[in-house]
Design a protein around this ligand. Structure first.
Ligand code: AMP
Ligand code: MG
Length: 497
């Protein structure tokens, strides 16, 4: 069958472009010299209702590189503000990302299609509007790994080499990333209008977000309070999921927080190897504001900034409105704690919760920190230890002082005995929540170096394939499950902007 003609490829329905002009700037992608398709996510394309074969043709590549704007796309850069490392910046906006438009997927979901690195916009400030290949591959890998782990996230539809260089202290190969999101609306989008005291715009934006992401809120007695509650709940659940897999976002600025509760803006993010709440990889986070263990607290701080933008909508008098906001924010901690605790217990094979279970889980985490034990492998090896105590050795070997783990193992076994006798079913249930493969920093660096220095994309493809089935054992790929050797440890990650 011949691929779909490009003109018919995208059934756009651009709801954001129908908002007032002050919400965005109309821009067109700046063409690039010599586009080449690095990777197309065919599965995702099909879910979006797009013909993968058509996207892979030269005409499809023209679109994915920004060299041609498809019919009925209404390309735009979104306006937003944000708190960056605690400081408010009233005007940020898409400086290098261009929204092509919105599509409705085969199962009726609305999705943004955005080109990241597609050229300058009115919000580029000093930037060149471009992206380097390394960070594009990084976002591709990390976001698809998160999706495979079942964690809400933006997705990677394509990566295209531009054939041009971008200057980042040295010349680097340029690339464009096609990102799919349920929307690119951020806490910072609300802040942009609130900072301008543009209450009409805040209300329009809130109505748009309710219709698009939280339709049930429209039926509530106070729809804006219901919206705030719903966003807080989704953030709490998202944060619990990050914490359960050891994900560190790295730049939890309010402009990088999706209103829809998806993981958004993969910059210097990383998965933790050895467990330590103080872990920071991001080079720009010298004070550890966004350290692993701080993330729930920061999410609450960010949600407080969102609540401030909505105060005028919450009630007609300020005292009542502030009380509404406070009550909504107070729900964050219990939502987070219950999602996180439930997840931790599942990771430990405890499916019938008991009062002391949270303490048992915490004691393991503390023991891991003391012994620099690998977070992911500890939980993965616990799955086998749950089925067969003779598997303890490989688990204990992850701890600097294995004897430090023994009293905990004994307590855990006593506790497991209350769960019932089916060891194998328990092991399998544990495996389904304790991934074997995460995008470890040293592996991500390795594939980026091969691609950037040697134009070798095979390591990228292999890693992507391994990460697509994180809970399977995958014989022959054991090395991808291992923590870094001392000389492979990556200490810093960079934004790469
Ligand atoms: P980020 O750190 O990627 O979340 O970006 C923060 C802000 O800087 C956003 O407004 C981006 O659009 C903008 N930005 C980042 N990189 C570039 C670039 N190369 N050119 C223009 N704007 C950029
Ligand atoms: Mg950002």
């Amino acid at each position: 069958m011949a691929p779909t003609p490009v003109a018919d490829l995208f059934p756009w329905d651009n709801s954001y472009a129908r908002l007032p002009h002050r919400f965005f700037a109309r821009v067109t992608p700046v063409p690039v010299a010599a586009p080449r398709l690095i990777r197309l996510n065919e599965t995702l394309a099909a879910q979006l209702g797009l013909d993968p074969a058509a996207l892979a043709t030269p005409a499809g590549l023209e679109i994915l590189s920004g060299n041609r704007v498809p019919p009925n796309s209404e390309p735009l850069a979104m306006a937003y503000a944000g708190h960056q490392f605690g400081n408010f910046v009233p005007q940020l906006g898409d400086g290098r990302a261009i929204l092509l438009g919105e599509l409705i997927t085969v199962d009726g979901q609305r999705r943004d299609l955005q080109l990241k690195g597609a050229g300058r916009t009115p919000w580029s400030r000093g930037g060149d509007g471009r992206a380097a290949l390394g960070p594009v591959l990084r976002e591709y890998l990390l976001s698809e790994a998160m999706a495979a782990l079942g964690i809400p996230t933006t997705r990677a539809l394509a990566a295209v080499a531009t054939g041009e260089s971008v200057w980042r202290e040295t010349p680097l190969p340029g690339a464009i990333f096609t990102r799919v999101a349920s929307s690119h609306i951020r806490i910072g989008t609300f802040q942009y209008f609130a900072a301008r005291r543009d209450l009409d715009a805040v209300r329009l934006l809130a109505d748009h977000v309710i219709a698009r992401h939280y339709p049930q809120c429209a039926l509530a007695p106070n729809p804006y309070r219901a919206l705030l509650d719903a966003v807080i709940r989704r953030q709490a659940e998202l944060l619990a999921q990050w914490m359960l897999v050891g994900f560190i976002h790295g730049v939890m600025n309010t402009d990088n927080v999706s209103i829809a509760g998806e993981t958004l803006d993969y910059g210097p993010c990383a998965f933790m190897d050895a467990h330590d709440p103080a872990t920071v990889y991001s080079f720009i986070d010298s004070r550890g504001r966004y350290a692993f263990g701080n993330q729930p607290r920061i999410a609450h701080w960010n949600l407080t900034r969102l609540a401030e933008t909505l105060v005028d909508l919450l009630a007609s008098d300020e005292t009542t409105a502030l009380k509404e906001a406070e009550a909504a924010l107070e729900a964050f901690a219990p939502h987070f704690e219950s999602a996180y605790t439930a997840g931790l217990l599942r990771k430990l094979g405890l499916f019938q919760p008991q009062p002391d279970d949270r303490k048992l889980a915490q004691d393991l985490l503390d023991c891991m920190t003391r012994n620099h034990a690998d977070y992911t492998l500890t939980f993965r090896r616990l799955c086998d230890a749950a089925a067969a105590p003779d598997q303890d050795q490989s688990l204990r070997s992850l701890f600097e002082n294995p004897a430090d783990l023994d009293p905990w193992l004994e307590r855990w076994r006593h506790r497991l005995a209350l769960e019932g006798p089916d060891h194998i079913a328990r092991r399998d249930a544990m495996r389904s929540v304790n991934p074997h493969f995460i995008p470890r920093n040293h592996l991500v660096e390795e594939v980026i170096v091969a691609a950037v220095n040697n134009q070798d994309f095979q390591p990228f493809e292999t890693l992507l394939t391994v990460l697509s089935a994180p809970h399977k054992d995958q014989p022959g790929f054991e090395r991808y499950a291992l923590p870094p050797q001392p000389d492979q440890i990556v200490r810093n990650t960079y934004c790469g902007t």
